[in-house]
Design a protein around this ligand. Structure first.
Ligand code: C2E
Ligand code: MG
Ligand code: MG
Ligand code: MG
Length: 283
């Protein structure tokens, strides 16, 4: 924001106040009230076991139902929430909602599933993270092993000791940790040795170009082998085509997530999917 020195007026010539600046301001102001106005909603995308075709879990993905703009995708507001710190209360809401939902589905007799929740760096670095997760788990009564936290490689560029200590505490509680968008960060592989990571999620940019691009195919198979040698699970994100599915299954990728099986959907639709006991055709 460009201000005249010493005055409260925005400069007439401020280049920042273009459409983009105004839209960003509108989003930022709206974000401040979105929680109390109950404008957030969680969508769920199923995770499929590639060998059995069964749904074994889901990722909770945040959507903002903006009164004027409609459904805003997370890419448009998570960065603003990060910058403003609003991600902390929003993230608490996401965690609580996802845990409650998973517990409700378990209580209703659906097969036990893991729910994966994304944690942005700012959420991860906040004070009292472990305590707040422990509290939410206690209050919902969900067993910690049915919660998976998705972090990104960028965390390895912050306080490594804090990261190891925090991940160790979460892992001792029984919570699973996965590395999201694996392969897109600028980190060394060495951290995998020190972090109690149970799952690698191959970034969708590699999966998208998997077929017919030997370079991306090599990256994908290398990540699968890496996960296997380190005794981790490996998930492919963004699987959209039959060809991608067959390739990944034949190369022993454990799980997949992608539009080929289902887009992220609201809880009631997800439950329909569960009720229908839909299985992905793997043969
Ligand atoms: P992500 O965690 O890597 O989530 C996967 C994204 O890929 C989701 O986008 C999902 O809709 C999309 N996707 C899944 N399958 C396919 C496919 O087959 N094709 C294509 N083209 N896309 C697919 P979405 O929901 O827009 O979320 C974008 C990002 O926003 C997420 O990436 C995550 O980093 C962030 N995010 C979403 N919800 C939360 C949240 O509750 N907290 C935080 N901190 N970040 C979140
Ligand atoms: Mg994710
Ligand atoms: Mg991802
Ligand atoms: Mg992502």
């Amino acid at each position: 924001r460009v201000k005249d020195k010493g005055s409260n007026h925005y400069s007439l010539y401020a280049p920042a106040m273009n459409m983009k600046g105004i839209e960003r301001l509108q989003l930022e102001n709206g974000l401040r009230h979105a929680l109390e106005r109950e404008e957030f909603v969680l969508y769920y995308q199923p995770r499929i076991n590639m060998q059995s075709g069964q749904i074994i879990g889901m990722e909770a993905l945040l959507r903002w139902n903006h009164p004027e703009l409609g459904l805003v995708p997370p890419g448009a507001f998570i960065p603003i929430a990060e910058e403003t710190g609003l991600i902390v209360p929003i993230g608490d809401w996401v965690l609580r909602t996802a845990l409650h939902q998973n517990k409700a589905w378990q209580d209703a007799g659906y097969p036990m599933m893991t729910v994966a929740v994304n944690l942005s760096p700012r959420q991860f670095l906040r004070q009292g993270l472990v305590e707040s997760i422990a509290k939410e788990l206690r209050e919902t009564g969900l067993h910690p092993s049915f919660l998976e936290l998705e972090i990104t490689e960028s965390l390895t560029m912050h306080d490594v000791e804090y990261t190891i200590r925090t991940l160790d505490e979460l892992s001792k509680m029984g919570v699973q940790i996965s590395i999201d968008d694996f392969g897109t960060g600028y980190s060394s592989l060495n951290y995998l040795k020190h972090f109690p990571v149970s799952t690698l999620k191959i970034d969708q940019s590699f999966v998208r170009e998997l077929i017919g691009d030997p370079y991306n195919a090599a990256i994908v198979t290398t990540v699968i082998h890496l996960a296997q040698s380190l005794q981790m699970k490996v998930i492919a994100e963004g699987v959209e085509t039959e060809e991608q599915f067959v390739y990944l299954r034949d190369h022993r990728c454990d799980e997949m997530q992608g539009f080929l099986f289902s887009r992220p959907i609201p809880a009631d639709q997800y439950e329909e999917l569960l009720r229908g006991n839909v299985m992905f055709e793997v043969s």
